[in-house]
Design a protein around this ligand. Structure first.
Ligand SMILES: [Zn+2]
Length: 143
């Protein structure tokens, strides 16, 4: 089952990030799912629950964010919503040969919500791969 392997991959990735961050229990995971990713959200939610059993993610909520598919035509540079079933013929010039998919295949973790340890008020939001903040140059106070 397609959704099961995705769910298991997501759980493995979140577990790794949560483990590295010293998470106590993962409460929710936000996942970006493109319209053309071939994922049925209900099936994924079901598989996610199964994949979470016995891990730090047990009981975690899966929040899916759908991404509408868009395509662009290189012949006339028009772009359109692909929709479902996908329309991959340019509505502008009728060509399907120079069509490029701009969005819709996304399948990535946006953020993970977890608790650091027992006790209230420990809820934090972190991304699995945080972008490093640029080091700031110390401001000299010379005048
Ligand atoms: Zn076109």
């Amino acid at each position: 089952m397609h959704e099961m392997s995705i769910a298991m991959a997501v759980v493995a990735q979140v577990e790794e990030a949560a483990g590295a961050g010293g998470a106590h229990a993962v409460t929710s995971v936000r996942l970006q799912v493109g319209e053309l990713a071939g994922v049925v959200p209900d099936a994924l939610a079901f598989c996610f629950e199964l994949a979470c059993a016995g891990t730090a993610l047990e009981g975690a909520e899966l929040v899916t964010e759908p991404v509408p598919a868009r395509a662009r035509c290189r012949s006339c540079t028009g772009d359109w919503a692909v929709g479902m079933p996908p329309q991959l013929v340019c509505p502008g010039c009728g060509k399907a040969t120079d069509v490029e998919l701009l969005a819709g295949r996304e399948l990535q973790i946006l953020s993970v919500h977890w608790e650091d340890g027992p006790g209230p008020g420990c809820d934090r939001v972190r991304t699995p791969a945080p972008t490093p903040t640029p080091a700031r140059e110390p401001i000299s106070e010379e005048r």
